[in-house]
Design a protein around this ligand. Structure first.
Ligand SMILES: *Cc1c(COP(=O)(O)O)cnc(C)c1O
Length: 436
């Protein structure tokens, strides 16, 4: 069976790398996800980490009232939860280890957008130049088009998958590059190693940030494998994995830069992750490797089913041979993830009709936004509406052409969950069959 073969060759590739500083240098990814940064609770010997909801911690020596004077790096020296909290710290350490860097290299925030804003606003100043993917998560896209220019940051939007166009967008003084791979919602990939080396060759002092939400550390580790400086995740998606907690993370290659961002963004912008959410996300994260395997297997089967259905015009899934960047996906991703998009024959009217049928009829798949949960989720995204709201391309038609290439007049973004793939396919089939 083609699905099996692909999975086999796929898992035969190099396994994940981990920071050499701790037990992580001998453990595999699944062990790190479970035991990384955990220890038996000293007070109770509980095997499950406790949740520390406390906002404040007893102080046993004189401390300054300013976070600038605090050593937020020093393990157990907790003072106030906006500055640091044991439950949040444990999650941060686990995520850092899974990205292959030292355990003090991650900061968590209240949502993915809070993490993204922390990094962009925390590292860029008025007059700085940012080169960003012309297609990115809608919240990021809108932030880059409206808020950042208002703060005096110069933003150039470009298709980061097109190395020629990307090279033209770079300036010697470019301060930051923002890549999303695969990018939400069109599943276009960017060659991370190529873009990083081109940016390093052309720019004097540039930081490369990758939104790795759709890939997860099970697929790519941009800090250790591709030479990126920053990775961000929406923990709301695959890392938490169960649709019950918002969260975000920034992971950096340089611990001193992470420490500076902690004082600037965690302490002063204040979008602190709730310790309760940190605990839920850490619990979800324990099974990331297993879940990603099942997401990939399910997505492969559902994508193959969709590709054969008479009502379907085109399916985009990095694991399919028909994906225009399938070779790059095989080279760059250890796991093809669980995100598919597809469009139906008959353009926008047919898409809108199918969306209406889905809202009424789907029972396994939920007609809802978001992604990466154990439940399958599907949502229709009309191209003109998205281009008008999120991907406004001022005077630049190349971006729109490239978007339409992937999305047509509108596409269904499908996050394949952990249900039996055959039930997901049957659920979709009952809607698609009604379309003709
Ligand atoms: C969902 C998402 C975000 C935003 O995350 P929230 O947790 O919803 O704030 C950012 N980037 C990508 C790629 C996403 O899918």
């Amino acid at each position: 069976m083609p699905v099996r073969n692909t999975l086999k060759t796929h898992s035969g590739r190099s396994s994940a790398k981990f920071a050499s500083s701790s037990a992580a240098n001998v453990w595999g990814a699944r062990t790190v996800a479970i035991h990384g940064a955990e220890k038996v609770d000293a007070a109770t010997r509980a095997s499950v980490p406790p949740i520390h909801m406390s906002t404040t911690f007893g102080v046993d020596k004189p401390v300054s009232f300013s976070a600038h004077d605090q050593d937020t790096d020093s393990g157990d020296n907790f003072i106030y939860t906006r500055w640091g909290n044991p439950t949040i710290q444990q999650l941060e350490q686990k995520i850092a280890l899974l990205e292959g860097v030292s355990s003090n290299s991650c900061l968590c925030f209240a949502s993915g957008m809070a993490a993204i804003t922390a990094l962009l606003v925390g590292r860029l100043s008025a007059g700085d130049h940012l080169v960003m993917s012309d297609i990115a998560y809608a919240g990021t896209a809108e932030l880059a088009r409206k808020t950042l220019p208002r703060l005096g940051i110069h933003v150039t939007l470009v298709n980061t998958s097109d190395l020629v166009a990307f090279g033209k967008a770079l300036r010697p003084e470019t301060k930051m590059i923002w890549i999303e791979s695969p990018c939400n919602p069109i599943m276009r990939l960017t060659d991370l190693s190529e873009t990083v080396s081109l940016a390093r060759a052309r720019c004097n002092k540039v930081e490369i940030a990758v939104d790795s939400t759709l890939a997860t550390p099970a697929a790519t580790q941009p800090l250790v494998d591709n030479g990126a400086d920053w990775v961000v995740h929406s923990l709301t998606k695959y890392i938490g994995g169960h649709g019950d907690a918002l969260g975000g993370a920034v992971i950096g290659r340089e611990p001193s830069a992470v420490r500076a961002l902690c004082v600037e963004a965690s302490v002063h912008y204040g979008a602190t992750l709730s310790p309760f959410n940190a605990w839920l996300i850490a619990r979800g994260l324990c099974t990331l490797g297993l879940r990603m395997k099942a997401h990939e297997e399910g997505a492969m089967m559902v994508a193959s089913f969709l590709e054969k259905h008479a009502a379907v015009e085109r399916v985009m899934y990095p694991g399919l041979h028909s994906h225009p960047q399938h070779d790059l996906a095989k080279r760059q991703m250890r796991n093809f993830s669980g995100m598919i998009n597809f469009r139906v024959k008959g353009g926008l009217p047919a898409g809108e009709r199918l969306a209406a049928i889905m809202m009424q009829r789907l029972s396994v798949v939920k007609y809802a936004v978001s992604l990466g949960h154990h439940r399958s989720l599907c949502f229709f995204m009309p191209t003109d509406a998205l281009v008008a709201s999120s991907f406004t391309l001022a005077g630049d038609s190349a971006g729109l052409v490239s978007y339409r290439d992937f999305a047509g007049d509108g596409m269904f973004r499908l996050s394949v969950g952990l249900e039996d793939p055959v039930d997901i396919a049957k659920d979709l089939e009952s809607c698609l069959d009604d379309l003709s």
